[in-house]
Design a protein around this ligand. Sequence first.
Ligand code: UDX
Length: 436
Amino acid sequence: MKVTIIGSGYVGLVTAVCFADLGHEVICIEKDDNKLNKLKNGIVPIYEPGLDDLLDKNRKENRIKFSNSIEEGVNFSNIIYLCVGTPQGEDGKADLSQVEEASRQIALYMKDYKLIVEKSTVPVNTHQWVKKTIKRYIKNKEIEFDVASNPEFLREGSALYDFMNPDRIVIGVESKKAENLLKELYKYFIDKNYKFLITTPAAAELIKHASNSFLAMKISYINMIAELCEKVGADINEVADGIGSDKRIGRAFLNAGIGYGGSCFPKDVKAFIKIAEEHGIDFGLLKETEKINKQRRLKFIEKIEEVLWISKDKNIAIWGLAFKPNTDDIREAPSIDVVKELYRLKANLFLYDPKAMENFKLLFPEKDNIHYKDDPYSAVEEADALLILTEWDEFININLEKIKAKMRLPIIIDGRNIYDKKKLLELGFEYYCIGR
Ligand code: UDX
């Protein structure tokens, strides 16, 4: 089948390349010229493991192409995916201006039936607005169209795997025609008996926000328990293993630490709270989820002061700037709050991240007491403390004796519980972590 993807960010590009790899013919519309030029030359503007190779393969087999013309995209196929950004607005509501703009532009070029599919994360009932917008701007009012919802459940860093191995594919449709088109598009998965849930657009939009908010709540729950573990001397990882062994709970997303970041959880929790408020419902549980998550960063910064007493003029190494491993994305990353505070306290900061340093430099340029290092070892030269904010494998497998020899003081404050406390103490480190 032919598919048009509007927006080539973390969601749009992965969706486009994976649909192409399934044998569909895809056009991906990107309005940012810099990004578009890179994509046309096979360069992936984001870091997502495996995406560059898969793009290359499908470009070579002519199954994917790129353009900045929505008109070309609308004429290319009768399935048009909205994968544009829905960032957080000032008041916590999702900013849907890109969804509105794309809907308006699609309407202007429609000459025959189109199925417009929301893949971007949008508040429930956005599909009503997309429909209304298309009705308003379409030139020929006789033309039929459908709007559907097909939310994504992709984790950055494992997006290709998540697309090709979905726990479930959810489609929210209002007509048999829309349902049949999407069933054909997802035939590969249906034939392999992946769970294919057909519901209404409103339910599909809600499923996305409800899933992400639940995962965020699960993280804040274990972080709340970690607080108590620290007070009573229990090990949070052992507690998490204990509760996570219950199949109804599950061990995943019970890793205590400095809390969640990224472009999804913080934004989706806020937007969901707002949506409920607009319908006169108080999502207090999610407000607490948010509050606990904010406190994690503050408590981590307090822990630094408890350990170091004074941060001013101390050499502090920071490993991990990305909001999680295997991505270059720093949106809402804990590192932003930690670096901001330590910079304010006039510590000498030595930062390292395998992939996210270029993005981080846009926020914190190299200057006076902010230094970027090319590897984890040089970051800890003469350091008075090492902070770990992202659990990259590179840090987990590091040569700790070598680290200790390079540091001025063997102090590690681990925000992601990546090391075995007993082993670190035996190696002579002062080791501080979360909930243990
Ligand atoms: C999330 C959802 O997992 C995905 O299904 C959705 O489509 C998009 O949002 P993502 O934000 O890419 O994906 O990352 P995820 O792996 O979910 O981690 C989110 C945050 O939670 C990260 O900051 C991570 O460090 C944190 N986290 C995750 C924890 O603190 N503890 C955990 O146990 C798991």
